[in-house]
Design a protein around this ligand. Structure first.
Ligand SMILES: [Zn+2]
Ligand SMILES: [Zn+2]
Length: 258
């Protein structure tokens, strides 16, 4: 399984993806994306056209900002557009707040059997979806809006993308019983001193990150992501101070192979 954290910022000299992250998208192999925060801003529209399926964890802007652009770039005449997978809450929110003609054309209404700009499928917690050689299982996590983390498996490996979450349980229970689990992508949004804001917004600090890592209870790679850009340096310093052998800071634009 090949997983790329899609870059959402470039280095000051423009030469390479920056290590900071503003938006979230994981490209899994070529055709599946988890969250559409920035995949629709990839410079190559052909690469976007290869994306056939977008799984959305939740409705926050940093996870859907580029979805309208992706839907347009992924559409080609004479073949169906992409399929969006999300909870009933996510699908309803996209219809009312994004694809509503005001913000973007209503591609849901424009999609007919003959010319589907997009299709959508409603995800249920715990119900796996088989797509393009992958099994994707949504699991509810603990965020301020209904949010899914995902367990993604192919025949050799499995990964967990836990999305935005405060302290949570169900996804770790699932992770502990997942065969061939190779890596967990876990948010580390705030430095430890910002625990009040983290609690209010249901995110992790570096301190609660460490407690979630203990719950995983398996020696797998834990890749820290979703670090607030403004606090990147501080969060990285605090994560390094945890001295946990299996913790890595997320890198962007270079595929992970599991
Ligand atoms: Zn969020
Ligand atoms: Zn987020």
């Amino acid at each position: 399984m090949k997983v790329t954290l899609v870059p959402s910022a470039v280095a000051a000299d423009g030469s390479a993806p920056a290590s900071i992250q503003h938006l979230t998208s994981y490209l899994v192999d070529e055709s599946v994306v988890i969250d559409a925060g920035c995949v629709g801003f990839l410079d190559d529209p052909e690469k976007q056209a290869n994306v056939r399926r977008a799984f959305l964890s939740h409705t926050h802007l940093d996870h859907i900002a580029s979805l309208p652009i992706l839907v347009e770039n992924a559409y080609r005449a004479h073949r169906p557009g992409i399929t969006i997978y999300g909870s009933a809450y996510v699908i309803s929110c996209l219809k009312s707040n994004i694809f509503n003609w005001d913000v973007w054309p209503d591609f849901f209404a424009l999609s007919t059997a003959e010319t589907p700009f997009l299709r959508f499928e409603t995800l249920e917690p715990g119900r796996s979806v088989a797509v393009d050689g992958l099994l994707v299982t949504p699991i509810e996590v603990n965020h301020v809006v209904p949010t899914f983390g995902f367990v993604i498996e192919d025949e050799n490996s499995a990964i967990v993308v836990s999305s935005d979450t405060g302290p949570t349980e169900a996804i770790w229970e699932r992770a502990r019983s997942t065969k061939n689990l190779k890596a967990v992508f876990l948010e580390a949004t705030f430095p430890a001193e910002m625990h009040r804001l983290a609690d209010l917004s249901k995110h992790l600090t570096t301190a609660t990150f460490a407690r979630e890592v203990e719950k995983i209870d398996r020696s797998v790679r834990v890749i820290a992501v979703h670090i607030k850009a403004r606090f990147h340096e501080q969060v990285v310093t605090e994560l390094e101070a945890l001295r946990l052998a299996n913790i890595e800071i997320g890198r962007f634009g270079i595929p992970y192979c599991f």
